[in-house]
Design a protein around this ligand. Structure first.
Ligand code: HEC
Ligand code: HEC
Ligand code: HEC
Ligand code: HEC
Ligand code: HEC
Ligand code: HEC
Ligand code: HEC
Length: 327
């Protein structure tokens, strides 16, 4: 009865949320104070770069004689940039003065600001974890922060909130190499062939469905304490998680991982945790409803015993056939 009440409350709650006006993206990301005038100045400065580095720039070049073929590969999407974590930065905060004029200075590229120049505190933690990851160990100098993080597009998981969007952002990175012969070969030219991602995980049912709903880093990084971000220590096959129950259980590890921002947001808005997980079952086994849990168990069990009975039937049939043939 109580859980039914909770469910109703969650449903009513989500309607109440729908009625609220959506927060403007700018306000949502306001961590540091910045005036509208300052922001307008930043945008005006960036417009100078985007006059060339955009679709419009390629179609209507503001200057004659540019290498348009190369420029076409250097387009930045202004909308995506202004929705990213770095939306309030000038292009020139990271790309130095060498780019102020065109043609750009020959050595301009050598002086791009790195992540750790600005994020020394978090980079110090990440650096240590990353140093222990499979990529740092096997591909050390080729693999850097920007191999995975596109500074023009990246969004903090906490800001994305929706697990589907988080999975899409993070798995696009891993699959970008592990599901692409071309990219993989760029980083490991000495490997004759790329291990197929679905073959490696053939023990996992419906791999493609899993890639859509759960992140690679869920199984390939160490356990995290509640509230902690996921570690950058990517595990090899020996240490990776293989246990279904880690996720498919009432006490799913995903609550402190993929779903943690959802739970926090829910808690923040509605005053209690788990309501989303209760109200909309994101995955089988996590739903806390005891009856549902039991039904899922029975369903799994039925399949198992079905297979067992089928196998046993075949063995008996085989035995009888042999007896007939010999007798
Ligand atoms: C007048 C057009 C124009 C403007 C304005 C412009 N760029 Fe470029 N940029 C180009 C072209 C064309 C290239 C292709 C390579 C080349 O010819 O240097 C390029 C190359 C680049 C590269 C790649 C360099 C490399 O070596 O791969 C970066 C980064 C870059 N620009 C950043 C900027 C930034 C930041 C701004 C604004 C401060 C800016 N650009 C303004 C036309 C422009
Ligand atoms: C937070 C830092 C940061 C900001 C802000 C930023 N960039 Fe970049 N940008 C980088 C880094 C780092 C790279 C190199 C990525 C890599 O290693 O492939 C890059 C690459 C580029 C390239 C491609 C260079 C190449 O050789 O492929 C272009 C063009 C570019 N940025 C333009 C811009 C423009 C235009 C803006 C502003 C709208 C901007 N960037 C804002 C950090 C930044
Ligand atoms: C020029 C300095 C600079 C560089 C270089 C830079 N960042 Fe940032 N980054 C910032 C600033 C400033 C913010 C906060 C933006 C805001 O609050 O609107 C930020 C925000 C972020 C956030 C979101 C954190 C939060 O609390 O909002 C992440 C994650 C992040 N950066 C990662 C990176 C990574 C990865 C790189 C390297 C590819 C990088 N940054 C390079 C200045 C930089
Ligand atoms: C193998 C790919 C990969 C590399 C390389 C990588 N990252 Fe990440 N990074 C991720 C993923 C995936 C997440 C999302 C984790 C999460 O949701 O907590 C992330 C999250 C982050 C965050 C946000 C953490 C938070 O508070 O939610 C920061 C900051 C960050 N990375 C910085 C870096 C820096 C700095 C480097 C380079 C030393 C780096 N990353 C290298 C994949 C990578
Ligand atoms: C830029 C390409 C690239 C990206 C992005 C990338 N990887 Fe890799 N990864 C590789 C290559 C190449 C190897 C093979 C390294 C070797 O053994 O020589 C590898 C190795 C691995 C291995 C270890 C294989 C072993 O030998 O045990 C795991 C696990 C792995 N990656 C997981 C991930 C995960 C998870 C992500 C996303 C967070 C990711 N990778 C992102 C290229 C990439
Ligand atoms: C459900 C947990 C789980 C998920 C999700 C998962 N992996 Fe794995 N992965 C494993 C386990 C366990 C192994 C070891 C398999 C074995 O030993 O048979 C493995 C093996 C690997 C290997 C092979 C290492 C080798 O040398 O054989 C790579 C590469 C890899 N995973 C990458 C990824 C990528 C990329 C993703 C996301 C698209 C991903 N994994 C998602 C659990 C997972
Ligand atoms: C890292 C967490 C994680 C692990 C480990 C994991 N799963 Fe999943 N699994 C999920 C998620 C998330 C879904 C997506 C559920 C959805 O929304 O449909 C899923 C979906 C499934 C489905 C599909 C249900 C359907 O709708 O078709 C099956 C079956 C399944 N998992 C079985 C397993 C088995 C068996 C294992 C162990 C070998 C396993 N899973 C390990 C997270 C995990």
């Amino acid at each position: 009865m109580r859980s039914l009440f909770n469910k109703l409350l969650a449903i009513v709650g989500s309607f109440a949320l729908l009625a609220l006006p959506p927060m403007p993206a700018q306000a949502q990301n306001a961590t540091a104070v910045i005036s509208p005038e300052q922001l307008a100045k930043i945008h005006a400065g960036n417009d100078k770069c985007l006059a060339c580095h955009s679709q419009a720039g390629v179609e209507h070049p503001p200057l004659a004689g540019m290498d348009l073929k190369k420029l076409r590969t250097l387009i930045r999407d202004a909308d995506a940039f202004y929705a990213s974590d770095h939306q309030r930065l000038s292009c020139t905060k990271c790309h130095n003065e060498g780019y102020d004029d065109f043609p750009h200075a020959a050595d301009a590229k050598d002086n791009t600001t790195t992540c750790s120049d600005c994020h020394s505190k978090s980079a110090a933690i990440v650096d240590k974890q990353f140093a222990n990851s499979v990529h740092a160990k096997n591909l050390s100098d080729k693999f850097t922060c920007t191999t995975c993080h596109n500074p023009h597009l990246m969004r903090l998981a906490a800001k994305l909130g929706d697990p589907q969007k988080i999975v899409a952002q993070d798995n696009r990175v891993c699959l970008g190499c592990h599901d692409s012969d071309e990219q993989f070969a760029k980083f490991a030219p000495e490997k004759k062939s790329r291990p197929l991602i679905d073959d490696i995980h053939s023990w996992l049912p419906n791999t493609r469905l899993h890639w859509k709903h759960v992140r690679c880093v869920e199984c390939h990084t160490p356990a995290v304490a509640a509230g902690e971000p996921i570690s950058h220590e990517i595990f090899n096959k020996e240490k990776a998680e293989k246990n279904c129950v880690t996720c498919h259980s009432a006490n799913s590890a995903l609550k402190t991982r993929l779903y943690r921002h959802l739970v926090k947001e829910e808690e923040h808005r509605l005053g209690f945790a788990n309501s989303i997980i209760l109200a909309s079952s994101y995955m089988p086994g996590v739903t806390r409803h005891p009856l549902l849990d039991a039904l899922i168990l029975i369903a799994f069990g039925a399949t198992f015993f079905g297979l067992l009975a089928h196998g046993l039937g075949r063995i008996i049939a085989h035995y009888i056939r042999r007896r007939k043939n010999h007798g």
